[in-house]
Design a protein around this ligand. Structure first.
Ligand SMILES: O=C(CO)[C@@H](O)[C@H](O)COP(=O)(O)O
Length: 234
């Protein structure tokens, strides 16, 4: 079984005063998911503060899109119920802060009708996510950070592609998301390594390019990807 390409612009770089129209603009341009960066400023995790459940709830009133929430917080379990109630679709937590309670966390995410994912920072070895993917109650996506989490506009770390290659070889049908510094010069590298979910700042011009990386005239660039009509109609 293969995986399908997903283009998920990060709304972190959008105009927050016009979030609903920014989201519509991304979706009209062909985005599959909207990536929502939820950060709480904390000295040991990210030095930034972004959006929370009230913003997700407001955005949900304007769109039925899959809201792919990436939790850059030290206590993700506290956000499961509020985000579930707000209408989040995906809930991706960081492995670095969930070593003690990932099983409970996955269970709680699923019982709040969201899709669980696990993220890892650039310095975290890929082996740390294996138990969460191999579990009887597994995560459904691994997010490989290609910058230090915290801010948009940073430089892509090509050395993270080794993690993606290893993951893809081990898990042919897993959703593998990459996030940070992705754009016309790096998307192809990530897709070739095996990533199928591409997050990049909500600069609409990259979306058609990202789609091209996954298939020109319908043929797929990488063998693990399966065509999904919406993604390959340019
Ligand atoms: O999670 C993050 C940053 O921590 C990302 O989602 C970025 O917001 C992506 O932005 P670019 O690197 O594409 O500018």
């Amino acid at each position: 079984m293969g995986v399908t390409p997903i283009i998920a612009p990060s709304m972190l770089s959008s105009d927050f005063a016009n979030l609903a129209s920014e989201a519509k603009r991304m979706l009209d341009f062909g985005a599959d998911w909207l990536h929502m960066d939820i950060m709480v400023k904390f000295v040991h995790f990210v030095p930034n503060l972004t959006i929370g459940a009230p913003v997700i709830e407001s955005l949900r009133k304007h769109t039925k899109a899959f809201l792919d929430c990436h939790l850059m917080v030290t206590n993700p379990i506290d956000y499961v119920e509020p985000l579930g109630k707000a209408g989040a679709s995906g809930f991706t937590f960081h492995v670095e802060v969930s070593k003690e309670n990932w099983q409970e966390l996955i269970q709680k995410i699923k019982s709040n009708a969201m899709r669980p994912g696990v993220a890892l920072k650039p310095g975290t070895p890929i082996e740390e996510v294996y138990p969460l993917v191999d579990s009887e109650n597994p995560v459904e996506m691994v997010l490989v950070m290609t910058v230090e989490p915290g801010f948009g506009g940073q430089k892509f770390m090509p050395e993270m592609m080794d993690k993606v290659r290893v993951l893809r070889k081990k898990y042919p049908s897993l959703d593998i998301e990459v996030d940070g510094g992705l754009g016309p010069s790096t998307i192809e590298m990530a897709a070739s390594a095996g990533a199928n979910c591409i997050v990049a700042g909500a600069r609409y011009s990259y979306i058609p390019y990202a789609k091209l990386c996954f298939g020109k005239s319908g043929e797929m660039l990488t063998s693990f990807l399966q065509p999904r009509s919406k993604q390959i109609c340019f």
